[in-house]
Design a protein around this ligand. Sequence first.
Ligand SMILES: O=C(O)CCC(=O)C(=O)O
Length: 302
Amino acid sequence: MKNSSPLTQEQSRFLQENGYIIIEDVLVKKEIQTLLQTANTIIKNHEKDKVDDKNTRKNHGVDYYNIHNPLEYSEVFDFLIDHFISFDIIRYLMGPYIQLNGCHIFVRRPTRNNLGNIGKFHTDSGPALQRILPLPGNLPLQLKVQFFLTDVLTENQSNFWAVPGSHLRQVGYHHPFCFIPQYNAYLERGDLPPDAIQVKLKAGDILFHHLNLWHAVAPNFSNQTRISISLRYAQMWFKEYYSYYSSAIIDRMTPRRRRLLGDFGEYKSGDIAYRPPIDQVPLILDDKAELYGWSMKWLEDR
Ligand SMILES: O=C(O)CCC(=O)C(=O)O
């Protein structure tokens, strides 16, 4: 296979070693403005109408919370699903048999209050997955991409807080909520974990991270609410995550986006993840199938 990665060698190494990576300047100014304006309207409505079943305000609190499935409110987020930069990296790293199993608006308000669970170090997607590590050469089970719509240029601005390299460490105990108690003990004492870093980036940059990365959200002592859009890609076999895609959403999508949202049209195979349709590969990878290691030659040879 030729080296056809959309990441440079340096970027690939950084992601493999650290468990996260920032790609700068993915969104242009106009896109940031439109996405931010729309996100702010949705946030305002959620806070005014107290629609607590469609966000995590009840569980996480009113300062730091997530709004489920913004695709339900506006089309402006649609292009992020297979954005030409972020999605090319996703499909290169994860292969063609993937889905978008969650999309959220992250709201992180300035606060001096207790940050609840989001402010604690954790891994994603359940305690069992803490024990399945993304070792080199394996496809990731899940990658999350965040599109930042506001700057996070200094520390304590509700930065993504990561322990670089932790995605390759076995936690060595069972925690039902996927916490990392030895790191949260620092926070409880009012100390900072020595090797955790607060990621800094600007509006328009994106952040990828592995589900196993030990991460938290830092406090927000600034006077600006941090807003980002998170998209969670997973292998097809994964369950969706607060993502119900109504027919109104599905109907407006391109064929590839529909597929990523779990719509297989007329195709019925019993177990779709086990026997995905043949067009899954060209639909997701188009002319990159061969280059990214998913040759369709076996079909011709049959
Ligand atoms: O707000 C963030 O940057 C991260 C939120 C978080 O903990 C997560 O995505 O699991």
